[in-house]
Design a protein around this ligand. Structure first.
Ligand SMILES: [Fe+2]
Length: 270
């Protein structure tokens, strides 16, 4: 197997072993349903796709490009309660510092919802000179690499998700999801707990649950499961929210602004 896969005129160049591919041969004005189908298959295979365009992507281009990947959420309901950022269509790290809202912790967006987002998409329009990368962690790799002992323990276990660790959110829903889910496209199993929304493992005592969750959150922090590709102006990153978790790096000074679109999702299932 090579690191470059060619289908029609589209090529997927792996950027890291566990996840992530740079896509060649897709224009910012792409709208072919066959291409969309191929890209969505690749999204579930690679977890995160990067597209490098030769200019800063405009809001109009970003919106039309998003149609390749799904139906946008009208307004992602778990936004941060900050009057200075009323329903911002973009992330501005000056207005909402990453550390204040746990963006710099690996997480899946919105798992306190019954139908959390399926995917999300970012493109920067103002960047610090260096730093402020977004990292992704493969939940296929995190699952595959668990010992069979822990895999057996987590199969068929249900997990409570909520917003206890995120008291600054506008809303506080809760939902129960399996600890392990299966991707509908690839059929692969994924670990489905995250350090922002996962509160407890149902059927365990509080101390058993918290110990096991902290072990799993540390496991997800293993560098061998990660992708880190510095942002550049003109890049779009699209990620499948369940196949990879994501986090920002709060290591920079100066402005960092990215447009974001979040896509509606189905109910995660085992
Ligand atoms: Fe996020």
């Amino acid at each position: 197997m090579t690191n470059v896969e060619t289908i029609a005129d589209i090529r997927f160049e792996k950027v890291a072993v566990p996840a992530g591919a740079l896509v060649h041969g897709v224009g910012i004005d792409e709208s072919d349903p066959q291409v969309a189908k191929r890209l969505n298959q690749a999204l579930h295979d690679h977890g995160v796709l990067f597209f490098d365009f030769d200019h800063v992507v405009t809001p109009g281009e970003f919106n039309s490009f998003s149609r390749l990947f799904g139906e946008p959420e009208d307004g992602y309901p778990l936004s941060v309660d900050n009057d200075d950022a009323p329903e911002t269509p973009f992330i501005d790290s000056d207005i909402v510092p990453m550390k204040d809202v746990r963006i710099n912790v690996f997480h899946t967006d919105g798992t306190a919802l019954e139908n959390p987002p399926q995917a999300a998409m970012l493109t920067p329009f103002e960047l610090p000179e260096v730093g402020g990368d977004t990292m992704f962690a493969s939940m296929y790799a995190a699952w595959d690499d668990l010992s069979s002992f822990h895999q057996r323990l987590l199969e068929d276990v249900q997990v409570q998700h909520g917003t206890t660790r995120l008291p600054f959110l506008r809303e506080s829903p809760s939902a129960v999801h399996p600890a392990v889910i299966r991707d509908a496209v690839t059929g692969r199993k994924m670990l489905f707990v995250n350090a922002n929304y996962t509160e407890s493992i149902i059927g365990m005592s509080a101390s058993e649950s918290e110990s096991l969750l902290q072990m799993l959150f540390a496991h997800i922090n293993t560098p061998e499961y990660h992708v880190r590709r510095p942002w550049r102006l003109g890049t779009i990153a699209v990620w499948e929210e369940r196949v990879v978790q994501h986090r920002g790096l709060a290591d920079f000074t100066g402005p960092r602004k990215l447009r974001r679109i979040t896509f509606k999702g189905d109910r995660p299932s085992a």
